[in-house]
Design a protein around this ligand. Structure first.
Ligand SMILES: Cc1ncc(C[n+]2csc(CCOP(=O)(O)OP(=O)(O)O)c2C)c(N)n1
Ligand code: SF4
Ligand SMILES: [Mg+2]
Length: 341
Protein backbone atom coordinates (compact mmCIF):
# COMPACT_ATOMS: atom_id res chain seq x y z
CA UNK A 1 0.00 0.00 0.00
CA UNK A 2 1.27 3.52 -0.84
CA UNK A 3 0.41 6.59 1.19
CA UNK A 4 0.22 10.16 -0.01
CA UNK A 5 2.89 12.42 1.51
CA UNK A 6 0.25 14.48 3.30
CA UNK A 7 -1.53 11.43 4.73
CA UNK A 8 -1.49 11.67 8.55
CA UNK A 9 -0.68 7.95 8.73
CA UNK A 10 2.32 8.36 6.45
CA UNK A 11 4.96 8.67 9.20
CA UNK A 12 3.73 5.72 11.21
CA UNK A 13 3.31 3.59 8.11
CA UNK A 14 6.83 4.33 6.91
CA UNK A 15 8.35 3.94 10.34
CA UNK A 16 6.73 0.52 10.68
CA UNK A 17 7.75 -0.64 7.21
CA UNK A 18 10.07 -3.63 7.00
CA UNK A 19 12.66 -4.12 4.28
CA UNK A 20 11.79 -6.82 1.76
CA UNK A 21 13.00 -10.26 2.87
CA UNK A 22 15.41 -12.42 0.94
CA UNK A 23 13.40 -14.93 -1.10
CA UNK A 24 14.18 -18.27 -2.73
CA UNK A 25 14.89 -16.36 -5.94
CA UNK A 26 17.82 -14.70 -4.24
CA UNK A 27 18.33 -11.32 -2.64
CA UNK A 28 16.31 -8.34 -3.83
CA UNK A 29 17.99 -5.22 -5.26
CA UNK A 30 19.71 -2.35 -3.52
CA UNK A 31 18.39 0.44 -1.28
CA UNK A 32 15.79 -0.72 1.23
CA UNK A 33 15.92 -4.08 -0.47
CA UNK A 34 19.69 -4.22 -0.08
CA UNK A 35 20.39 -7.77 1.13
CA UNK A 36 23.01 -6.36 3.51
CA UNK A 37 20.77 -3.61 4.94
CA UNK A 38 20.53 -4.07 8.69
CA UNK A 39 22.42 -7.36 8.74
CA UNK A 40 24.39 -8.16 11.86
CA UNK A 41 27.75 -9.95 11.46
CA UNK A 42 26.23 -13.24 12.65
CA UNK A 43 23.44 -12.92 10.06
CA UNK A 44 26.08 -12.87 7.34
CA UNK A 45 27.22 -16.28 8.48
CA UNK A 46 23.82 -17.87 9.02
CA UNK A 47 22.15 -16.03 6.06
CA UNK A 48 19.07 -15.19 8.12
CA UNK A 49 16.63 -12.78 6.50
CA UNK A 50 17.72 -9.19 7.13
CA UNK A 51 16.77 -7.55 10.38
CA UNK A 52 15.57 -3.98 10.22
CA UNK A 53 18.29 -1.30 10.41
CA UNK A 54 17.49 0.92 13.41
CA UNK A 55 17.84 4.16 11.42
CA UNK A 56 15.75 3.11 8.40
CA UNK A 57 12.64 4.45 10.11
CA UNK A 58 14.01 7.98 9.66
CA UNK A 59 14.31 7.64 5.89
CA UNK A 60 11.79 7.83 3.09
CA UNK A 61 12.29 4.19 2.26
CA UNK A 62 10.07 4.26 -0.82
CA UNK A 63 12.61 6.37 -2.72
CA UNK A 64 15.74 4.45 -1.81
CA UNK A 65 18.37 4.02 -3.13
CA UNK A 66 19.73 7.54 -2.99
CA UNK A 67 21.04 9.27 -6.09
CA UNK A 68 24.41 9.95 -4.43
CA UNK A 69 27.40 8.76 -6.45
CA UNK A 70 29.54 5.97 -5.06
CA UNK A 71 31.85 7.36 -2.37
CA UNK A 72 29.91 10.63 -1.91
CA UNK A 73 29.99 12.14 1.58
CA UNK A 74 26.24 12.81 1.46
CA UNK A 75 25.44 9.37 2.88
CA UNK A 76 27.77 9.88 5.85
CA UNK A 77 26.11 13.20 6.66
CA UNK A 78 22.63 11.66 6.36
CA UNK A 79 23.69 8.77 8.60
CA UNK A 80 25.18 11.11 11.23
CA UNK A 81 22.07 13.28 11.13
CA UNK A 82 19.65 10.35 11.55
CA UNK A 83 21.83 8.95 14.36
CA UNK A 84 21.85 12.34 16.12
CA UNK A 85 18.06 12.63 15.89
CA UNK A 86 17.72 9.05 17.13
CA UNK A 87 20.06 9.62 20.08
CA UNK A 88 18.19 12.79 21.05
CA UNK A 89 14.82 11.04 20.71
CA UNK A 90 13.43 13.98 18.77
CA UNK A 91 10.08 13.23 17.15
CA UNK A 92 10.59 13.78 13.39
CA UNK A 93 7.10 15.29 13.31
CA UNK A 94 8.57 18.19 15.29
CA UNK A 95 11.26 18.82 12.66
CA UNK A 96 11.10 20.88 9.49
CA UNK A 97 14.11 20.51 7.20
CA UNK A 98 14.74 23.27 4.68
CA UNK A 99 17.11 22.91 1.74
CA UNK A 100 18.30 24.83 -1.29
CA UNK A 101 19.56 23.28 -4.53
CA UNK A 102 22.50 20.91 -4.94
CA UNK A 103 23.50 17.34 -4.09
CA UNK A 104 23.88 18.25 -0.40
CA UNK A 105 20.37 19.67 -0.36
CA UNK A 106 19.12 16.19 -1.20
CA UNK A 107 20.36 14.86 2.14
CA UNK A 108 17.19 15.82 4.01
CA UNK A 109 14.95 16.35 1.01
CA UNK A 110 13.80 13.89 -0.10
CA UNK A 111 15.63 11.31 2.01
CA UNK A 112 14.84 12.27 5.62
CA UNK A 113 11.32 11.42 6.75
CA UNK A 114 10.02 14.70 8.15
CA UNK A 115 8.34 17.78 6.73
CA UNK A 116 10.77 19.16 4.17
CA UNK A 117 10.82 22.40 2.24
CA UNK A 118 13.00 22.17 -0.88
CA UNK A 119 13.50 25.79 -1.89
CA UNK A 120 15.28 27.79 -4.57
CA UNK A 121 19.07 27.97 -4.88
CA UNK A 122 20.61 29.99 -2.04
CA UNK A 123 17.37 30.77 -0.27
CA UNK A 124 17.10 27.96 2.28
CA UNK A 125 18.05 30.16 5.26
CA UNK A 126 15.59 32.86 4.20
CA UNK A 127 12.74 30.32 3.95
CA UNK A 128 13.82 28.72 7.23
CA UNK A 129 13.74 32.11 8.95
CA UNK A 130 10.13 32.56 7.87
CA UNK A 131 9.22 29.05 9.02
CA UNK A 132 10.82 29.57 12.44
CA UNK A 133 9.11 32.91 13.02
CA UNK A 134 5.71 31.40 12.19
CA UNK A 135 6.31 28.03 13.89
CA UNK A 136 8.52 28.81 16.91
CA UNK A 137 7.84 25.42 18.51
CA UNK A 138 9.25 23.44 15.57
CA UNK A 139 12.91 22.46 15.23
CA UNK A 140 13.95 24.07 11.95
CA UNK A 141 17.06 22.63 10.30
CA UNK A 142 18.83 23.67 7.10
CA UNK A 143 21.13 21.26 5.26
CA UNK A 144 22.73 22.45 2.01
CA UNK A 145 26.03 22.87 0.21
CA UNK A 146 28.89 25.37 0.17
CA UNK A 147 27.72 26.86 -3.14
CA UNK A 148 24.17 27.23 -1.95
CA UNK A 149 24.77 28.57 1.55
CA UNK A 150 28.08 30.43 1.19
CA UNK A 151 27.89 31.45 -2.50
CA UNK A 152 24.50 32.55 -3.80
CA UNK A 153 23.02 32.40 -0.29
CA UNK A 154 25.98 33.87 1.60
CA UNK A 155 24.22 37.03 2.69
CA UNK A 156 21.27 35.13 4.16
CA UNK A 157 23.69 32.95 6.11
CA UNK A 158 25.70 35.72 7.76
CA UNK A 159 22.61 37.75 8.61
CA UNK A 160 20.85 34.76 10.17
CA UNK A 161 23.96 34.27 12.33
CA UNK A 162 24.00 37.98 13.22
CA UNK A 163 20.32 37.89 14.16
CA UNK A 164 20.88 34.69 16.14
CA UNK A 165 17.59 33.15 15.08
CA UNK A 166 16.94 29.67 16.48
CA UNK A 167 17.94 27.63 13.41
CA UNK A 168 20.42 24.79 13.01
CA UNK A 169 22.41 24.88 9.78
CA UNK A 170 24.56 21.99 8.54
CA UNK A 171 26.65 23.22 5.59
CA UNK A 172 28.19 20.43 3.54
CA UNK A 173 31.43 21.80 2.11
CA UNK A 174 32.67 19.59 -0.72
CA UNK A 175 34.76 22.47 -2.15
CA UNK A 176 32.76 22.65 -5.35
CA UNK A 177 29.42 23.02 -7.12
CA UNK A 178 29.00 19.25 -7.19
CA UNK A 179 25.58 18.84 -8.77
CA UNK A 180 26.32 21.02 -11.80
CA UNK A 181 29.60 19.35 -12.69
CA UNK A 182 32.34 20.91 -10.60
CA UNK A 183 32.45 24.67 -11.01
CA UNK A 184 34.61 26.73 -8.65
CA UNK A 185 32.80 27.70 -5.44
CA UNK A 186 33.62 30.21 -2.71
CA UNK A 187 35.07 27.26 -0.77
CA UNK A 188 37.37 25.88 -3.51
CA UNK A 189 40.96 25.84 -2.21
CA UNK A 190 43.51 28.21 -3.74
CA UNK A 191 45.46 26.65 -6.60
CA UNK A 192 43.05 23.78 -7.24
CA UNK A 193 41.78 22.90 -10.73
CA UNK A 194 38.05 22.86 -11.38
CA UNK A 195 35.98 22.81 -14.55
CA UNK A 196 35.77 26.63 -14.46
CA UNK A 197 39.35 27.13 -13.28
CA UNK A 198 41.07 24.55 -15.51
CA UNK A 199 44.56 26.02 -15.00
CA UNK A 200 44.13 26.71 -11.28
CA UNK A 201 41.90 28.63 -8.90
CA UNK A 202 43.49 31.99 -8.10
CA UNK A 203 40.76 33.05 -5.64
CA UNK A 204 41.09 32.61 -1.90
CA UNK A 205 38.30 30.53 -0.34
CA UNK A 206 36.12 31.51 2.57
CA UNK A 207 36.80 29.69 5.81
CA UNK A 208 33.06 29.41 6.18
CA UNK A 209 32.76 28.43 9.83
CA UNK A 210 35.12 31.28 10.79
CA UNK A 211 32.96 33.67 8.79
CA UNK A 212 29.81 32.51 10.59
CA UNK A 213 31.56 32.61 13.96
CA UNK A 214 32.52 36.23 13.33
CA UNK A 215 28.99 37.11 12.20
CA UNK A 216 27.32 35.84 15.38
CA UNK A 217 25.40 32.71 16.32
CA UNK A 218 25.49 30.74 19.54
CA UNK A 219 27.34 27.61 18.37
CA UNK A 220 29.77 27.18 15.49
CA UNK A 221 31.80 24.06 14.77
CA UNK A 222 33.64 22.39 11.91
CA UNK A 223 34.04 18.65 11.37
CA UNK A 224 34.71 16.37 8.43
CA UNK A 225 33.07 13.20 7.15
CA UNK A 226 36.24 11.39 8.28
CA UNK A 227 35.22 12.30 11.85
CA UNK A 228 31.75 10.78 11.59
CA UNK A 229 31.23 10.10 15.31
CA UNK A 230 32.44 13.52 16.42
CA UNK A 231 30.19 14.98 13.73
CA UNK A 232 27.20 13.09 15.10
CA UNK A 233 27.89 14.32 18.63
CA UNK A 234 28.40 17.87 17.42
CA UNK A 235 25.09 17.65 15.54
CA UNK A 236 23.35 16.66 18.76
CA UNK A 237 24.89 19.59 20.55
CA UNK A 238 23.97 22.03 17.78
CA UNK A 239 20.39 20.74 17.67
CA UNK A 240 20.04 21.19 21.42
CA UNK A 241 21.52 24.68 21.49
CA UNK A 242 19.16 27.64 21.59
CA UNK A 243 19.89 30.31 18.97
CA UNK A 244 21.72 30.02 15.66
CA UNK A 245 23.87 26.90 15.53
CA UNK A 246 26.10 25.96 12.62
CA UNK A 247 28.39 23.12 11.59
CA UNK A 248 30.59 23.26 8.51
CA UNK A 249 31.01 19.66 7.38
CA UNK A 250 34.02 19.15 5.12
CA UNK A 251 32.94 16.36 2.79
CA UNK A 252 33.94 14.45 -0.31
CA UNK A 253 32.67 14.77 -3.87
CA UNK A 254 34.82 12.19 -5.64
CA UNK A 255 33.08 12.84 -8.94
CA UNK A 256 32.95 16.59 -9.61
CA UNK A 257 35.83 17.59 -7.29
CA UNK A 258 37.82 14.40 -7.56
CA UNK A 259 37.98 14.30 -11.36
CA UNK A 260 40.05 17.52 -11.54
CA UNK A 261 42.16 16.91 -8.44
CA UNK A 262 43.23 13.31 -8.92
CA UNK A 263 41.07 12.05 -6.04
CA UNK A 264 38.29 10.32 -7.91
CA UNK A 265 37.55 7.83 -5.14
CA UNK A 266 35.94 8.82 -1.87
CA UNK A 267 38.67 7.26 0.27
CA UNK A 268 41.43 9.50 -1.16
CA UNK A 269 39.47 12.61 -0.22
CA UNK A 270 38.69 11.18 3.22
CA UNK A 271 42.43 10.76 3.80
CA UNK A 272 43.03 14.29 2.56
CA UNK A 273 40.38 15.58 5.00
CA UNK A 274 42.04 13.79 7.88
CA UNK A 275 45.60 14.73 6.89
CA UNK A 276 44.73 18.42 6.54
CA UNK A 277 42.59 18.88 9.63
CA UNK A 278 43.81 19.93 13.05
CA UNK A 279 41.77 20.06 16.24
CA UNK A 280 41.29 23.55 17.65
CA UNK A 281 42.82 22.45 20.96
CA UNK A 282 46.10 21.83 19.13
CA UNK A 283 46.33 25.23 17.46
CA UNK A 284 47.59 27.28 20.41
CA UNK A 285 50.62 29.30 19.35
CA UNK A 286 50.05 28.69 15.64
CA UNK A 287 49.88 31.72 13.34
CA UNK A 288 47.31 32.46 10.64
CA UNK A 289 49.97 31.51 8.09
CA UNK A 290 50.58 28.16 9.81
CA UNK A 291 46.86 27.42 9.59
CA UNK A 292 46.30 28.81 6.08
CA UNK A 293 45.85 25.40 4.42
CA UNK A 294 44.50 23.59 7.47
CA UNK A 295 40.92 22.76 8.42
CA UNK A 296 40.52 23.63 12.09
CA UNK A 297 38.02 21.14 13.50
CA UNK A 298 36.03 21.09 16.74
CA UNK A 299 33.93 23.72 18.44
CA UNK A 300 35.02 27.18 17.29
CA UNK A 301 32.55 29.29 19.24
CA UNK A 302 29.87 28.93 21.88
CA UNK A 303 27.90 31.89 23.24
CA UNK A 304 24.55 32.54 24.85
CA UNK A 305 23.29 35.64 23.11
CA UNK A 306 19.56 36.34 23.13
CA UNK A 307 17.61 34.78 20.29
CA UNK A 308 15.65 36.69 17.64
CA UNK A 309 12.30 34.89 17.99
CA UNK A 310 12.18 35.44 21.75
CA UNK A 311 13.13 39.07 21.19
CA UNK A 312 10.27 39.55 18.72
CA UNK A 313 7.72 37.88 21.01
CA UNK A 314 8.87 39.86 24.06
CA UNK A 315 8.70 43.11 22.11
CA UNK A 316 5.25 42.16 20.83
CA UNK A 317 4.01 41.51 24.38
CA UNK A 318 5.55 44.75 25.65
CA UNK A 319 3.99 46.89 22.92
CA UNK A 320 0.67 45.11 23.32
CA UNK A 321 0.53 45.94 27.03
CA UNK A 322 1.27 49.62 26.33
CA UNK A 323 -1.40 49.75 23.61
CA UNK A 324 -4.01 47.99 25.78
CA UNK A 325 -3.45 50.59 28.51
CA UNK A 326 -3.79 53.38 26.00
CA UNK A 327 -6.85 51.90 24.27
CA UNK A 328 -8.55 49.79 26.98
CA UNK A 329 -11.66 49.25 24.87
CA UNK A 330 -9.72 47.65 22.02
CA UNK A 331 -10.48 43.95 21.43
CA UNK A 332 -7.60 41.88 22.77
CA UNK A 333 -6.33 39.02 20.65
CA UNK A 334 -3.94 36.42 21.99
CA UNK A 335 -0.38 36.84 20.74
CA UNK A 336 1.03 33.90 18.80
CA UNK A 337 3.67 31.71 20.43
CA UNK A 338 5.17 31.71 23.89
CA UNK A 339 7.90 33.85 25.38
CA UNK A 340 10.54 31.62 26.92
CA UNK A 341 11.97 32.71 30.25
C1 LIG B 1 19.47 30.64 -9.36
C2 LIG B 1 20.22 29.38 -9.73
N1 LIG B 1 21.47 29.49 -10.20
C3 LIG B 1 22.16 28.39 -10.53
C4 LIG B 1 21.58 27.15 -10.40
C5 LIG B 1 22.33 25.92 -10.80
N2 LIG B 1 22.84 25.17 -9.68
C6 LIG B 1 22.16 24.10 -9.17
S1 LIG B 1 22.97 23.35 -7.91
C7 LIG B 1 24.24 24.46 -8.05
C8 LIG B 1 25.46 24.37 -7.18
C9 LIG B 1 25.28 23.59 -5.94
O1 LIG B 1 26.49 23.58 -5.24
P1 LIG B 1 26.49 23.26 -3.70
O2 LIG B 1 25.51 24.10 -3.01
O3 LIG B 1 27.90 23.36 -3.24
O4 LIG B 1 25.94 21.78 -3.62
P2 LIG B 1 26.65 20.40 -4.02
O5 LIG B 1 25.98 19.96 -5.27
O6 LIG B 1 28.10 20.64 -4.18
O7 LIG B 1 26.36 19.52 -2.85
C10 LIG B 1 24.02 25.39 -9.05
C11 LIG B 1 24.97 26.47 -9.41
C12 LIG B 1 20.26 27.08 -9.92
N3 LIG B 1 19.64 25.91 -9.73
N4 LIG B 1 19.60 28.22 -9.59
S1 SF4 C 1 28.35 14.85 -7.84
FE1 SF4 C 1 29.64 14.83 -6.00
S2 SF4 C 1 28.35 15.74 -4.37
FE2 SF4 C 1 27.00 15.13 -6.06
S3 SF4 C 1 26.28 13.06 -5.52
FE3 SF4 C 1 28.09 12.83 -6.86
S4 SF4 C 1 29.83 12.67 -5.45
FE4 SF4 C 1 28.11 13.50 -4.27
MG1 LIG D 1 29.31 21.90 -2.92
Amino acid sequence: MRYELNDPDYYSAMQAADPAPVTEDGPPGYGIDDPLAGLLPEDLVTRKPPVKHPLLKYLRQEIMPTTFCVGCGGGTVLNAFAAAIDAMKVDPKKIICVTGIGCSSWIPSPYFLCDTLHTTHGRAVAFATGVKVMKPDMKVIVIAGDGDLAGIGGNHLIHAARRNIDLTVFLVNNFIYGMTGGQVSPATPFGVKTTTSPYKNVEHPFKIADLVAAAGGNYVARWTTYHAFQLMESMQYALGKKGFSFIEIMSQCPVSYGKMTGMSDGVSILHMLNDNSIHIDETAGMSEDDLEDKMVIGKLVERNRSELGDGLLALNAERREILMKKFPDAVATEPRGKVEA
